[in-house]
Design a protein around this ligand. Structure first.
Ligand code: CP
Ligand code: NVA
Length: 326
C-alpha cells in the first residue's frame, strides 16, 4: 500500500546500494549485484529449511499478480508464497484489466501503487514490465517477459546449489531456443562466475544485448559465457543440461517450423551421454515431452525438474521478503 516514504512516485524508488533490496524492482537478473543474488540464495535456503520462522514476515502485505500469459508454477508459487509469509494476493488477468487497452500501463501503475504493496507481472514485451515499474512506486517483479524470466533463474541456481557446491567449477549447458529463460540463466551464471555454454541454431541465438552484457559481467567475475551451434559440443562434459520449449508463449504460429529446425537439439539419451556422468537435467517446465526432451531423460534419476519447480516457491518468497519488507 502507498506509504509516505515511497509516495513520491517516479524517481522515489530505491535503487541499488542505498537501502538493500527494500523497495526495489526485480525485472532482470542484472538488477541485482552478485552479493545481492547470494543473499537471496541464502535466504531461500533458510526459508526452505525453516518456513514457519517467516510466517508473519509480510503480515498484511498485498501483491497484485498480473498475468497476460498462462501459468501453473508462477501463479501457484506467488499465490502460495505471499500467503505463507502472512500476506495475500489478487489475481488480475486480461479479462480484468486488459493492460494497455482498457487502461494505460501508467494508469494501472498509479492505481495499483495506492492499493497493494507489490506487483508481479507476466507479460509479452519487456518494455511493458519496465514501464510499469517506472511508474509504480511499489516493487515490481518480473514473472516472465519475452526477454527474461529472472525468478526462474534464481530458483534454478538455488536448485543447482542443492546438488553441486562450487558454481565456479561448473559447466551449465543450455540447449535449444535462445529465449527468456536462457537470457536470465546467462546473466545469473555470469554474475556467479559459472561457465555457461549455450547451444542453439544460428538463427535462434540469445539476443546480442544479453550476450554482450553477460560477457562483460563474466570478465569481472571469471565466468565464461559461450555459444555454439553444435549441440554435442555444448553437451560435452556438462555438469547441468538445461532445455526449454522450442516455441515460447506468443510464438505458437511458428511451432511447426521450429519443430523442424530444433530437431537435432532434442535432449535425449544420445545427447545426454556426452555430459558428465552425474550431470543434472533441468527444465523450467512446461515440458513438451518428445520434442525438446524425451521421457527417459526428464523421468531419469538425474532430472531435478520438479525440485526446480518447488524451488520457485522458496526463491520467490525470499525475493518478495527482500523487496517488500518494512
Ligand atoms: N516455469 C514457469 O514459469 O512455469 P509457468 O509458465 O507454469 O508459470
Ligand atoms: N520460454 C518459455 C518459458 C515458460 C515458463 C515461454 O516463454 O513460454
Amino acid at each position: 500500500m502507498k506509504n509516505t516514504k515511497k509516495s513520491k512516485a517516479k524517481g522515489a524508488k530505491a535503487t541499488s546500494g542505498n537501502k538493500g533490496l527494500r523497495g526495489r524492482d526485480y525485472l532482470s537478473v542484472d538488477d541485482l549485484s552478485t552479493a545481492e543474488i547470494k543473499r537471496i540464495l541464502e535466504l531461500t535456503a533458510d526459508i526452505k529449511a525453516r518456513p514457519k520462522k517467516y510466517r508473519h514476515s509480510l503480515d498484511g502485505k498485498m501483491m497484485a499478480l498480473i498475468f497476460e500469459k498462462p501459468s501453473l508454477r508462477t501463479r501457484t508459487t506467488f499465490t502460495v508464497g505471499i500467503k505463507q509469509l502472512g500476506g495475500d494476493s489478487i489475481l488480475l488477468t486480461p479479462a480484468d484489466i486488459n493492460l494497455g487497452k482498457r487502461e494505460s500501463v501508467y494508469d494501472v501503475a498509479k492505481n495499483l501503487e495506492r492499493m497493494v504493496d507489490g506487483i508481479m507481472i507476466r507479460t509479452f514485451g519487456h518494455d511493458i514490465c519496465t514501464s510499469l515499474a517506472d511508474h509504480a512506486c511499489i516493487p515490481v517483479i518480473n514473472g516472465l517477459t519475452d526477454l527474461e524470466h529472472p525468478c526462474q533463474a534464481m530458483a534454478d541456481i538455488f536448485t543447482v546449489l542443492e546438488h553441486k557446491k562450487n558454481l565456479k567449477k561448473l559447466k551449465i549447458t543450455y540447449i535449444g531456443d535462445g529465449n527468456n529463460v536462457t537470457h536470465s540463466l546467462m546473466l545469473i551464471a555470469a554474475k556467479l562466475g559459472t561457465t555457461m555454454v549455450v547451444g542453439t541454431p544460428e538463427g535462434y541465438k540469445p539476443v546480442q544485448s544479453i550476450m554482450d552484457r553477460s560477457c562483460a559481467i563474466a570478465e569481472e567475475t571469471g565466468a565464461k559465457i559461450l555459444w555454439t551451434a553444435d549441440p554435442v559440443e555444448a553437451a560435452r562434459e556438462a555438469d547441468v543440461i538445461y532445455t526449454d520449449t522450442w516455441t515460447s508463449m506468443g510464438q505458437e504460429a511458428e511451432a511447426v517450423e521450429r519443430r523442424r529446425i530444433f530437431a537435432s537439439y532434442q535432449v535425449n539419451a544420445a545427447l545426454f551421454s556426452h555430459a558428465h556422468e552425474r550431470a543434472l537435467f533441468m527444465h523450467c517446465l512446461p515440458a513438451h515431452r518428445g520434442e525438446e526432451v524425451t521421457d527417459e531423460i526428464i523421468d531419469s534419476p538425474q532430472s531435478v525438474v520438479f525440485q526446480e519447480a518447488e524451488n520457485r516457491l522458496h526463491a520467490q518468497k525470499a525475493i518478495m521478503l527482500e523487496l517488500l519488507r518494512e
